[in-house]
Every structure is written in C-alpha cells, then in structure tokens.
Design a protein around this ligand. Structure first.
Ligand code: PLP
Length: 402
C-alpha cells in the first residue's frame, strides 16, 4: 500500500511508526490481551497510560505545578463554550455584584477561529464581549485576516472575565510571533505582572510544535489533538488551579449554569475520568508524545518546525518574485509556521494546475480552506523536513515552468 504525503490541515498526518504501533495496540494493549478500543478506561493499564501521557506533556512543555493538565472531548468548538462558562463562573465568584454589562469578555480577533470563539461568547451571554482588537482593518484590503496587529492597537477592559486569543489561525495562516519583543507576539507587557490573568489561548493547531511563551501566565490553554498530537476526539487542557471553580456555587449567585461534563473542576477532581474518555485517541496521542520525547522534545520540534516554515516561505518568495504565487499573509505580519497559505496567480485554472501537479508527485491535501481558497500547506510535527523539501522542490519547479 502506498501512502501519500498528507499536507492536510486536520485531521492531519501522523507518524508512520506510531500508526504501526497503534495497530498492534488495537489487538493487544500493553500485554493485557485486550485491544485498546475494548479496554476499560478504569483498568490499571489504561489509567497508568493516562498518567504517563500527562507527564509527557508536563515535562516536555514545562507545565508548572500551578496548572492541571486535563483530557476531555468536544474539540476546540467545545472549548469555545467551556472557557466562557468556566471563566464567567470564576468571575461571578470573585465579583458577585457586577451586572452582565459590567462583566467583560475580551477577545482578540485575528482569524476565523477566534471570531467563532467570540461569536459563541456573544451567544452564551452572561457578560459583554469586548473586541480588544480585530486585525481586519489593518489588512492589505481592509477586510482580510492577513496580519497580527502591533501592540499599540489593542484595547483591553479593566479586570475582564477572560482575555482570549487564538495562537495559530489554521484557516488564515496567521500566528502570534514567538520571539521576545516581537511586535506580532501576544502583548503580555500590557498586563500587570504577578496578577492571575484570565488569559485563554486556543493552541489547537500549534500545540507542542514549539515551546509556549509565558505558559504560566495563562489561565487556560486548550488544543484539539487532531493536528500535532493524534486523532480527533481528544481535547487537551492546561488549566491554572484558580480556574477550577465550583460552578454550582457560581450559578447560585446568578452565573450561567455549566454542564458538568464541561466544568474544569469536575474534570480535574475526577482526574479526567468523570465520564468515559476517548480511549483510542488518548492511546495514539500517548504514542506520538513518547516519540516526540525520543526525538528530543520541544527544542527538536522548535528547530525543525522553524526550518520547515522558513524553507516553504523562501520558495513562496521565489514564486512571488516571478509573479506566479502570492502570499495571503503580510510579510512580517505573523506568518504561521504550521499553515502556509498562498494564492497561485492566474485564477482557478492555475490553482488546479498547481494542485494536480502536486498530487502527481504524491503531495496531497494542499487545497486551501473553502472559505479562503488558494493553497494551504500544513507543516505539523508529523511532516518531516524531507517531505517539506519535496514540496519546496515542486513549488520551485512550478515557479520556473510558469
Ligand atoms: N480552533 C482552531 C485553531 C482550529 O484549527 C480548529 C479546527 O480546525 C478549531 C478551533 C475547532 O476545533 P474542532 O473542530 O476540534 O472543534
């Protein structure tokens, strides 16, 4: 059987060696004689595995003891709701007398996923959504998500219930900058040091692709597994302990009620086993994380992922110089390491030619998201540097032939 190179945005490629190992686990999980899709989530073999998964994340990302690591389901979309409900409950317990109009939820809008998060907060109510910044007015055409705003453009509320951003916008290909002092980084310096910031970050499409800047300052970091970590069906949460609040006590004070399966405290108290977890995705994620540790952990992925992105952006630049390609994201404006999005100049026929030419070389799933079109090359952890080199060679070939 031939496997192609899968540049899809998610669910996305997984390492071949992990899939081979997982196939064995489907028949016999850790010598139990029972397959992993059949074994009780309360069995010793599985709970032991879950503990080791937690520790593989904690050690590789340097998650401090102030934060719990939780596993749940419902994906990023489930967290659009859960973060609002849990942090509104926390805010209600801290400030019971504020009205909904005085309870602010600050959203940083840099792409379609953060916009969806803000829309869900508006829908749920219980507070007032403040758009701390929207990047579209700063775009090339005044309406696209093609940049990360500079720090002078943000306007936050005093003492909000949450401050929300999406670290990597999978559809639009924009990502917060990474180096200290970079104007496209998240503007941490706008907040007082030493406060328990209600800072929430959607890391769905960049989780564990490089270290997380100022991880300890976050209230909640969440990620669906299906890009860098494993199959769909598992959602990973890093939650600071002051956000594990009694949601029923908050509801008695007037907060929006929180479904128990979404309550961070309920999940934490039950060690992520309040209800049946997604056993098979957890298993495959554990295998991916073991492999990541063997490869050298975050320093290794940070290096490789930086190089992979640099190579593809360099090829894109050569395509732009010949008028064949056009980046969708502004240069210096927060170009994503994970999702490189660009247009092929010449309309739908030119794009089809690029995509079919790529497929003929075994380079698949390069079509951009239906809402933005063009090309999207997703360079998640399972995509090797050699596979990126093949993509770059094809991009150059296409540029030179056109
Ligand atoms: N946030 C980001 C950044 C995403 O890329 C996605 C999905 O691709 C989501 C949220 C939604 O995740 P899910 O489909 O797991 O609900």
């Amino acid at each position: 059987m031939t496997r192609v190179i899968n540049f899809g945005a998610g669910p996305s490629a997984l390492p071949q060696s992990v899939l081979e190992e997982a196939a064995k686990g489907l028949l016999n999980f850790h010598g139990t004689g029972i397959g992993v899709a059949e074994i009780s989530h309360r069995s010793k073999a599985f709970t032991g595995f879950l503990t080791s998964l937690e520790s593989l994340i904690r050690t590789q990302l340097d998650v401090p003891a102030t934060h719990s690591i939780l596993f749940t389901q419902g994906g990023g979309t489930g967290q659009f709701s859960a973060v609002v409900l849990n942090l509104l409950a926390r805010h209600r317990l801290l400030h019971p007398d504020l009205t909904d109009a005085e309870r602010h939820l600050d959203y940083v809008i840099t792409g379609s996923w953060s916009k969806k998060g803000a829309d869900e907060a508006k829908r749920l109510g219980g507070g007032t959504v403040n758009i701390a910044v929207d990047s579209r007015p700063y775009s090339k055409d005044g309406k696209s998500f093609d940049n990360i705003p500079t720090h002078d453009r943000y306007s936050f509320s005093p003492d909000p219930a949450l401050i929300y951003y999406c670290e990597n916008e999978t559809v639009d290909g924009v990502q917060f900058g990474y180096e200290e002092g970079d104007q496209t980084s998240f503007p941490f310096e706008l907040f007082p040091q030493g406060t328990l910031l209600p800072l929430v970050a959607d890391y769905s499409s960049s989780f564990m692709s490089r270290p997380i800047p100022r991880l300890a300052d976050h209230a909640v970091i969440y990620a669906g597994a299906q890009k860098n970590i494993g199959p769909a069906g598992l959602t990973i949460l890093i939650v600071r302990q002051d956000c594990l609040v009694d949601v029923d006590a908050a509801a008695k004070l007037g907060a929006v009620p929180v479904p128990l399966s979404m309550s961070y405290k309920v999940l934490a108290d039950a060690k992520s086993l309040y209800n049946t977890p997604s056993v098979l995705p957890i298993y495959i994620a554990g295998l991916v994380l073991e492999r990541m540790k063997e490869n050298g952990g975050m320093p290794y992925y940070e290096d490789v992922n930086r190089r992979k992105a640099e190579k593809v952006y360099a090829a894109l630049k050569r395509g732009e110089a010949k008028g064949v390609m056009q980046s969708k994201v502004k240069e210096g404006g927060g170009r994503s390491w994970m999702n490189v999005v660009f247009d092929i100049v010449g309309g739908p026929d030119a794009l089809s030619k690029f995509i079919s030419g790529a497929e003929a070389k075994g380079l698949h799933e390069l079509k951009g998201h239906r809402s933005v079109g063009g090309v999207r090359a997703s360079l998640y952890n399972a995509i090797t540097e050699d596979q990126v080199d093949q993509l770059v060679a094809y991009m150059d070939e296409f540029t030179n032939a056109n």
